[in-house]
Ligand binder design. Sequence first.
Ligand code: PFF
Length: 449
Amino acid sequence: MSARGQFSSRLGFIIAAAGSAVGLGNIWGFPTQVASNGGAAFVLVYLLLTFVLAYPILMAELTIGRYAQSNMANALQKISPTSLGKIVGKTAGLWGLAVVSLILSFYAIVAGWMIAHCLQAITEIIGWHQASQWLIEFSITRNLIFCILFSLLTISIVCRGVSDGIERWSTRLMPMLLILIVSLILYVSSLEGASAGWEAYLVPDFSKILTPDLLISAMGQAFFSLSLGVGTMLIYGSYINKKENIVLLGASVALVDIGIAILAGMLIIPAMYVALHNGVTIFTDAGELIDGDRLIFTVIPQLFQAMGVAGNYVSLVFFVLMTIAALTSSISMLEVPVAFTIENSKLNRYKASWLIGSIIMLLSSTLIFNFEHLFGFVISLTTQYSQPLLGLVLCIYAGWVWRRNSILEELKQGCPEIESSFFWKIWPNYVRIVCPIIIIVMFYQTTFA
Ligand code: PFF
């Protein structure tokens, strides 16, 4: 078995984990949810949920991962004293592995569309209108080609390992992402119509707050956005040096994730209102803001079109931004099954990455060929149901199964004074009781109410 990889520095870990967290969920999911769920009211609920629910679970994943120095299936086995706990733990770990592979299989399709839209902007700039039309039209061939291209990019990074692949590429790509998003915000804000968007974003509509729909959307968004439940953060945690204070590292990752989501809102929502100003329809017949794929692939491109020649360049920048965001997340997803394979078989990282990557490409192809039946189904199966339930399992393992003394010992490494900290006074009982209750109540609401 090969030696375990490790992040080379504290900042390297923060950037890689933030890269995992910051993805299509932030730049696409968050702004559209804000727009249709009461603007700043949603942002407030989201902030609250991130700190009271998602951050404690993130800490559970990071701590279990660093203690066990292994993937989720082996880690949950390791922290259970009983054989029943070991069996359930292993099963949950394998379930997480299956879920993250399925998430990657649809994520790669969507990310492929982003690459196609980058190329579309380029073909428009050089005047190849036919190619440009093909690139934005929904077809099996286009979907396959770009999904495979994106998957190959993901595999070629993961096969290089933790510090030479994942960390190196995250530290290259994340600053670019920040620069692109800030430049786009400045540009879009200078256009006419943007101020109405700022208003829609910043003025809270409290009538929507605390409706079950809003709470459930915010919870799903928080889980997806922080990459929780499926063992991604757990495996990244296993690559953190024992000298590091993981309480602070986890908080930094959560803050960067929220920060980028809020920035993305400052881009997308004003952009929608600029589009409205330019005559683009942004509301559905029912008066709701258009969201989901129609927003990204219809409304936003129509806005770029309305900008004339400059629009092609802005479009290129926007879809490069989306592609980067997707790539730093997809590498973290692929790492989960790859790490599991390396730790439980004789395959080396290179072979494991290509093997698992190919299997996931096959899964993606199945989705592409059965798009109508499978695509939406897999998304809700994984993100709406599995991620919160797996989060619940992690809370139970961190709160009830794992002995509190071992947790304390683990956290003390890198933070000797933890025992007297505010974190230690609150967190153990919190993941034990409060988080499970919140998840169960919310889950009940989504599924049965
Ligand atoms: N956090 C990513 C996003 O917001 O787009 C999605 C994600 C990454 C989900 C990694 C799950 C995961 F394991």
